[in-house]
Design a protein around this ligand. Structure first.
Ligand SMILES: [Zn+2]
Length: 108
């Protein structure tokens, strides 16, 4: 099960890397404002892909170290359903909800 999960993560990482945008060529260089907006969008996208890749690598490390599927916060098993939906999850659903509740209270 874990090996399958790891393979899924690795192929996910691969497709995430393949999905990274190539350097964009702007046909109309006169439209500087639009070009800036597109460039910012690309940079944000790259940042998000990068964070996902980091999370996948961390999940693979957790598989190797035997802590995959264990909640970082309470140490309980994360449910298979949750791991299937979100293989990079590091918190069980209870702790995740608790964390989101705290973030809401902090207004972030
Ligand atoms: Zn937990």
């Amino acid at each position: 099960m874990l090996l399958e999960q790891k393979e899924a993560l690795l192929s996910e990482a691969e497709s995430a890397m393949n999905a990274l945008p190539e350097q964009t060529v702007f046909p109309d260089l006169g439209d500087q404002a639009s070009a800036e907006t597109d460039r910012n969008f690309m940079l944000r996208l790259r940042g998000r892909e990068q964070r996902l890749l980091n999370k996948i690598e961390e999940a693979v490390d957790r598989i190797d170290s035997g802590s995959f599927g264990i909640c970082d916060s309470c140490g309980d098993d994360i449910t298979i359903e949750r791991l299937k939906a979100r293989p990079v999850a590091t918190l069980c659903i209870d702790c995740k909800e608790e964390q989101e509740e705290e973030e809401k209270l902090q207004g972030s």
